[in-house]
Design a protein around this ligand. Structure first.
Ligand code: AMP
Ligand code: GLY
Length: 416
């Protein structure tokens, strides 16, 4: 019998997961909750919010689903994976307690320190004066992180002490993100890359690497965003660096979480940086990255459903990957990540030959419209990144919507 799957989430990442499942000959039916206007072309969207644990479990039971794949951290933090497991439903996603590897910077740092996973040294503070005194005793730039989910806005890299003071004031005195702690860590230098591994307790199944582009504008200028473009593979990661990242970071962390009584099942996402001393951890996420997933999953030649199933069952699985490169460019609504307008019509989508992932669109009649900050991701393949980039740029030029902007330098650092 064909498999029935539910994907939870509503962004480009979930669109990529839906499309990857759609390529599986074993999958008959894909639901997405809540999905979006673009995902609706590839899955049946069901109107349930990602944190509505009870409704999601009820739906899964009613439909006799074979598998639930959880996209966003909000669903994980709400305990969706725990509730599915308790109800006897197969689910790919970590428990609420294991999700703390992403939601609590201090939890992640403590594990890394205890088990010797390479990362920047740090201290955490609740008190403003103590935090400020510590920052002033350290070299600049200072890296100040709010200890909790802050929608990508909780990290400040302060180049001056007054800037650092301002950030500490916002986080600890004004409590802009809520009452909490800050983690202050040393600044690491080097190129960043994303290493996602599917994990079941101590079993780690590495995916191909990708690189994200977090800043809003060309030249890595402007505010941090959810991610403005990505590519895979990452040519500056040698096999030796990969082995080191896999063994000394990803495997070690998975083992540590078992040891600590919070075994992890799902995607452990290493946001890593290649320093002169080797790869180190900037952050962990407890889920697939967005937009990295949109450039990594299309390179998977094996059956994605079978892969997920093997991981959930703790069985061995060696995936096959295409040698092709994939590069994707995000189209965002002008103003993002600040205030932006919704509603503008997006023309030209029907002319695109590569894959388009919908991140924030709505539809009325035949027209897609802007409905989110990050709106679409246009991806293209090529024999190498240069070709993938040329193809992606040719495609993106076909999209006609003056309310959208995008970066023109995705992958630039590795394209020559
Ligand atoms: P995070 O939310 O922890 O991923 O931080 C957002 C961004 O801030 C990262 O992608 C890095 O570019 C930067 N960043 C965070 N921590 C450090 C660090 N210790 N050294 C240098 N850059 C950092
Ligand atoms: N692209 C970074 C993230 O998914 O957190």
């Amino acid at each position: 019998m064909g498999k029935k799957v539910l994907v939870i989430g509503s962004g480009g990442r979930e669109h990529a997961i839906v499309k990857a499942l759609g390529r599986s000959p074993r999958v008959d039916k894909i639901y997405c909750a809540p999905g979006n206007a673009g995902i609706a072309d590839d899955a049946e969207c069901v109107d349930i919010k990602v944190e509505d644990v009870e409704a999601l479990v009820n739906f899964a039971q009613r439909q006799h689903l074979d598998m639930v794949v959880v996209g966003p951290e909000a669903a994980l933090a709400a305990g969706v994976a725990d509730a599915m497991r308790s109800a006897g439903i197969k689910v790919f996603g970590p428990s609420k307690s294991a999700t703390r590897i992403e939601s609590s910077k201090e939890f992640a740092k403590k594990i890394m320190e205890k088990y010797g996973v390479p990362t920047a040294s740090y201290r955490s503070f609740e008190n403003f004066d103590e935090a400020l005194a510590y920052v002033k005793s350290r070299p600049l730039p200072a890296v100040i992180k709010y200890d909790g989910l802050a929608a990508g806005k909780g990290v400040v890299i302060a180049a001056t002490y007054p800037e650092a003071e301002e950030a500490l004031k916002e986080m600890l005195l004004d409590e802009s993100f809520g009452k909490g702690k800050v983690v202050i860590e040393d600044f690491l230098k080097g190129p960043e890359f994303s290493f996602m591994c599917m994990v079941n307790a101590g079993k780690v199944y590495p995916l191909e690497m990708a690189q994200d582009h977090k800043r809003a504008f060309d030249g890595d200028k402007g505010p941090n965003t959810g991610g403005m473009g990505a590519y895979s593979p990452v040519p500056f990661i040698t096999p030796e660096v990969r082995e080191k990242a896999l063994n000394d970071i990803m495997q070690k962390t998975a083992d540590a979480m078992v040891e600590e009584g919070v075994p992890f099942t799902g995607v452990l996402y290493g946001g890593l940086i290649l320093t002169d001393e080797g790869p180190k951890v900037i952050e962990f996420n407890a889920r697939f990255g967005d937009p990295e997933t949109e450039v990594v999953l299309p390179r998977l030649e094996s059956d994605f459903y079978s892969f997920v199933e093997a991981v959930v069952d703790g069985k061995d699985y060696i995936p096959e990957w295409s040698e092709d490169a994939v590069l994707g460019i995000v189209l965002a609504s002008k103003g993002y990540p600040g205030k932006y307008e919704k509603g503008a019509i997006i023309k030209g989508l029907d002319k695109i030959g590569g894959e388009i992932y919908h991140m924030g669109t709505s539809k009325d009649g035949h027209d897609f419209r802007i409905a989110g900050g990050r709106v679409l991701m246009v991806t293209a393949r090529g024999a190498d990144l240069v070709e993938a980039n040329m193809n992606a740029r040719r495609e993106i030029a076909l999209i006609d919507c003056p309310s959208l902007f995008h970066r023109t330098d995705i992958g630039k650092a590795v394209l020559n």
